[in-house]
Design a protein around this ligand. Structure first.
Ligand SMILES: O=c1[nH]c(=O)c2[nH]c(=O)[nH]c2[nH]1
Length: 309
């Protein structure tokens, strides 16, 4: 029989690198009742904790491990206890709780997706029926290391379209270029954005997270609609500029904008003229235009790959 008790080669020195753990994607729905009128909050909350976690990995001792099951329970308990005013406030409560109540936990990162609901207007009794808004998902990431805070808010899947006021021409042409220049095209995108607040310390006045979110979205939509666009890059920069100029609480905003191409259909084989009326909406491949827009003098800290945030 083989002797498995000893490794075939002398052990190489191995160390544990960055690690974190927690329960991902707790879907918490909070109904608040005011007589017959109900309010709903619907979140997807992911908790990632890190700190003195060497032992559990290297020796199997769970003495410092707050179970992920407990972190999930905490999300639900806090929804009952504190309610959910905003994703940011909810995340702050949770992050503070884990860092201050567990000696082994030094850092908590709470990620929140919020799904928006609209009331279904109807003639019947009560107001307790909702429909999911077909629009964006609101996002928040809160990080606390015991002394400083970082709050990044965001949204994804905000789909917008301009049916004119968009051109694209004057670009580099090499032997592989076939794209015809255009002076009138559809410009459409699913806005994916993250913005970082200047707020970093509980002693400073806390931004009104909900008001800030609504205003950022409003400026984003207005800038998209009002920009006469020579490229999606230019539109992106206008959207970012509008937000940095109007929202003092925000230092940086990063966008990831797919260019949802709409190709004019050639109707000539059918004896028809297509006067910018009929388009083929291609889903892939798509251009992907990404950039961060900053308040001058501030540091760019939102990672380039927004899927990591
Ligand atoms: O707005 C655009 N920016 C580009 O960089 C680009 N490239 C392309 O083929 N179409 C477009 N449109």
């Amino acid at each position: 029989m083989a002797d498995n008790s000893r490794p075939a080669h002398p052990a190489a020195p191995v160390v544990l690198g960055q690690n974190q753990y927690g329960k991902a994607e707790s879907r918490v729905v909070r109904i608040t009742r005011d007589g017959d009128t109900h309010y709903i909050k619907d979140l997807n909350v992911s908790v990632a904790l890190s700190g003195d976690m060497d032992e559990v990995h290297t020796s199997g001792s769970n003495a410092s491990v707050l179970p992920t099951d407990t972190t999930k329970n905490t999300v639900f308990a806090f929804a009952k206890e504190h309610g959910i005013d905003s994703a940011e406030q909810f995340g702050i409560h949770l992050a503070r709780h884990f860092v201050t109540s567990q000696p082994a936990i030094h850092r908590a990162r709470i990620r929140v997706e919020e799904y928006a609901w609209e009331r279904i207007e109807h003639a019947g009794r009560g107001a307790h029926s909702f429909v999911r808004k077909g629009q964006e998902t609101r996002l928040a990431q809160i990080t606390y290391d015991g002394s400083s805070w970082e709050v990044v808010s965001g949204l994804k899947d905000l789909t917008v379209l301009n049916s004119t006021d968009s051109e694209f021409w004057g670009y580099v042409k090499d032997k592989y270029t076939t794209l015809p220049e255009t002076h009138d095209r559809i410009l459409a995108t699913d806005v994916c954005a993250r913005w970082r607040f200047g707020w970093s310390d509980g002693a400073e006045e806390t931004p009104d997270w909900n008001e800030s979110y609504e205003q950022v979205k409003k400026h984003m939509l207005e800038a998209f609609a009002e920009t006469y666009s020579l490229s999606l890059q230019q539109t992106l920069y206008q959207m970012g500029t509008r937000i940095i100029e109007h929202r003092a609480e925000i230092d940086e905003i990063r966008f990831s904008l797919p260019n949802k191409h709409h190709f004019l259909v050639d109707l000539r084989p059918f004896g028809m003229k297509n006067d910018n009326e009929v388009y083929f909406a291609a889903d892939r491949p798509y251009g992907l235009i990404e950039a961060t827009v900053l308040r001058d003098g501030r540091e760019a800290r939102i990672p380039a790959d927004l899927t990591n945030l």
